[in-house]
Design a binder for this molecule. Structure first.
Ligand code: ADP
Ligand code: MG
Length: 449
């Protein structure tokens, strides 16, 4: 299949020459130089890639260039098909150099051994959740009970729950610890409805010392499971057993969840994980690349942090991709290479910067930025100041501390307080609510431009 007939060879030489003019020389050497046109049929052209990764990459990113250039040379419209030598298709994936076992390697109990406290990077966005999880692992049942950790996906909730599991297991094999995604709890409940083995169901949960339930927002889907969970919760809590819960939203926002369950959650500590700010993202990127044995400069880490999405899971995915393509294309991971790899497939994160928010808020309320920064407590200034903090909280990935920094060096509790205050006002005051909607839409429009 890799033989290239003369006709195809000639055409390909022209095509490559033209492609060279359309892409950067690095792109050309990385992706196009080693391609070969091997055959045509009526409307398809088969291009041989040196390996399946390269093929996949070209297919996802460069088929337009390939087919249009082929069209220019042959005056025919072909659909380009990327193929690889069959032996290469079967070749195992290039192993991503890593000190850790593949992340998906989990044991029977769904526990990922990499999700330890040691591998968790602490920053302003997760400091409290981390400290609370650590305290719970040191003195379960007494530190914070229950501990409720919430925040958007991909920010380390499961990691922290499993860190507690691993730490407790390590310290005392005697402790009965159960980690469970809430979905499994719900499934167990549903299957028990069928089997009727309620003793078995209750004993499973009530005999343990520490119960870690991940993603409890799942309870929202079933009222009767919520009810059973409530009883399980009470039984454990009464015996001073530790309960740790995670959710993608705070308890009161879990739809259809009973008030009495919410108030149980409030007995302990409710803490939120925020998306990492810039510095934390850089530190996470450096930690992860060190694990992957990837050598990257500070500039590259910065670039990645600037272009990363707010989810740490996605940051990990991007790093793994970069590493994979660097190995396949035998490239050094410098800024150009990284730009090329993440430039195309990942849509640039469309940032809403706090500067834009401040610009729009000051303009709307007719105040100066310096007045927002000041300590003055006039209502005409405190309202726009608090609105700015609320909008920054809602629309950016900045942590409380970072927002405080932009607001004239206020501390994170002030930001939290302002956010709460405006949230409440929003519910009570129609004018404020309309103003906020208008401001939000102006800010979002500005982002799209
Ligand atoms: P969630 O449960 O909040 O959706 P996960 O706990 O599954 O998120 O985390 C997603 C990925 O990001 C995991 O691979 C996890 O190890 C990693 N991760 C999240 N937070 C951190 C952190 N602070 N330090 C290191 N890795 C992190
Ligand atoms: Mg999770």
């Amino acid at each position: 299949m890799s033989d290239q007939p003369d006709n195809e060879k000639q055409i390909w030489t022209h095509v490559q020459k033209k492609i060279k003019e359309k892409v950067t020389s690095q792109q050309f050497t990385t992706w196009f130089e080693r391609l070969k046109l091997i055959r045509f049929n009526a409307d398809e052209a088969y291009v041989l890639a040196p390996n399946s990764y390269c093929g996949e990459w070209i297919e996802n990113n460069y088929t337009d260039i390939l087919s249009s250039t082929l069209g220019e040379v042959t005056h025919t419209c072909y659909k380009v098909k990327l193929v690889t030598e069959s032996k290469e298709v079967k070749e195992p994936e290039p192993s991503v150099q890593s000190n850790e076992p593949p992340p998906k390697e989990k044991n029977r109990s769904n526990i990922n051994r990499n999700y330890s406290f040691d591998n968790f990077l602490v920053g302003p966005c997760n400091r409290l959740a981390h400290a609370a999880a650590l305290a719970v692992s040191e003195s379960p049942g007494t530190a914070y009970n229950p501990l409720f950790i919430h925040g958007p996906v991909g920010l380390g909730k499961t990691h922290l729950l499993q860190s507690i599991y691993l730490a407790l297991q390590k310290r005392s094999g005697e402790q009965k610890v159960l980690y469970m995604p809430c979905e499994s709890f719900v499934n167990h409940y549903i299957s028990t409805i069928k089997t009727g083995d309620w003793d078995g169901f209750r004993n499973k949960y009530r005999e343990i010392d520490t119960l870690l339930i991940d993603d409890v927002h799942f309870l929202a889907n079933s009222q009767s499971t919520g009810e059973e969970f409530f009883h399980t919760f009470n039984a454990l809590y009464t015996c001073q057993k530790q309960i740790v819960l995670s959710s993608d939203c705070p308890p009161e926002e879990i739809p259809a969840i009973e008030e009495r369950l919410i108030s149980r959650f409030r007995w302990g500590l409710i803490t939120r994980i925020d998306p990492p700010g810039f510095e934390t993202s850089v530190a996470i990127i450096q930690k992860k690349t060190a694990h992957l044995n990837m050598e990257i400069s500070y500039d590259v880490a910065r670039y990645l942090a600037e272009h990363a999405t707010s989810s740490i899971r996605e940051i990990e995915g991007t790093l793994t991709n970069i590493n994979k393509y660097a190995i396949v294309s035998e490239n050094k991971i410098d800024l150009d290479f990284v730009k090329q790899v993440i430039g195309r497939p990942t849509k640039h994160r469309s940032y809403i910067g706090i500067e834009e928010i401040l610009g729009i808020v000051t303009k709307h309320f007719g105040v100066q930025l310096s007045q927002l920064h000041s300590k003055r407590k006039l209502k005409s200034i405190t309202l726009p100041r608090q609105v700015a903090m609320h909008l920054a909280r809602k629309l950016t990935n900045l942590s409380l501390e970072e927002i405080g920094g932009f607001m004239g060096g206020r501390d994170h509790t002030t930001v939290m307080h302002a956010d709460e205050k405006i949230k409440n006002l929003r519910k009570q005051d129609r004018n404020i609510s309309a103003t906020l909607r208008k401001l939000e839409s102006t800010i979002k429009k500005q982002r799209k431009q």
